[in-house]
Write a new protein. Structure first.
Length: 182
């Protein structure tokens, strides 16, 4: 018997179609997608390839043999566990337009992921209103529209967040007094 299914967190088993990126100290260090057939996770080498799979997730779900040399029989090369913090992207996020970069940053307290787009001229656009004005001010991108961008933040997989970070921060600061004599 193998235990591949158990190596994914319960959360990921609920959403077999989602893709994930793994973050460490708020920087994404790896990308992975889950096979729609065997539910194993496969590491994806580049962000571009990851985005290709992510934007087609409903129309063309990922399966292992889309990766050269892989089949569902091959054991998972990564699992969603607490060795890294994982964030789970929504499916079908549009592929980032040429020259732009979608940046996701995990907040230091693990409360939230922020999404920004870096424009070809180096501006960081933090939300839809900013993108509306950017596109208006840059007619060279009039082939793009808001639907080419997605500010929906990925979901943090709670089971992979370090336990100390899950405690209520307010509670922690109240308890910081020395307690050696009590
Ligand atoms: Zn598979």
């Amino acid at each position: 018997m193998d235990n591949q299914a158990e190596s994914s967190s319960p959360e990921t088993n609920k959403t077999p179609k989602s893709q994930s990126s793994m973050t460490s100290a708020s920087v994404i260090v790896a990308f992975a997608v889950q096979c729609n057939n065997c539910y194993q996770w496969r590491k994806i080498a580049t962000e571009e390839q990851f985005e290709d799979f992510r934007c087609n997730q409903t129309a063309d779900p990922f399966v292992c043999n889309k990766l050269p040399g892989f089949t569902c029989e091959k054991p998972a090369d990564i699992s969603v566990d607490s060795s890294q913090v994982w964030v789970m992207d929504k499916p079908n996020i549009p592929k980032t337009p040429n020259g732009f970069k979608r940046i996701t940053t995990l907040r230091g307290n693990y409360s939230k992921v922020d999404v920004q787009y870096l424009t070809p001229d180096g501006k960081k656009i933090r939300g839809t209103p900013g993108m509306v004005s950017y596109l208006q001010e840059h007619p060279e991108y009039n082939h793009l529209s808001l639907s080419d961008f997605c500010y929906e933040a990925p979901k943090i997989v709670r089971d992979t967040v370090p336990k100390h970070a899950l405690k209520n921060p307010a509670d922690r600061s109240r308890r910081r007094k020395k307690r050696s004599k009590s």
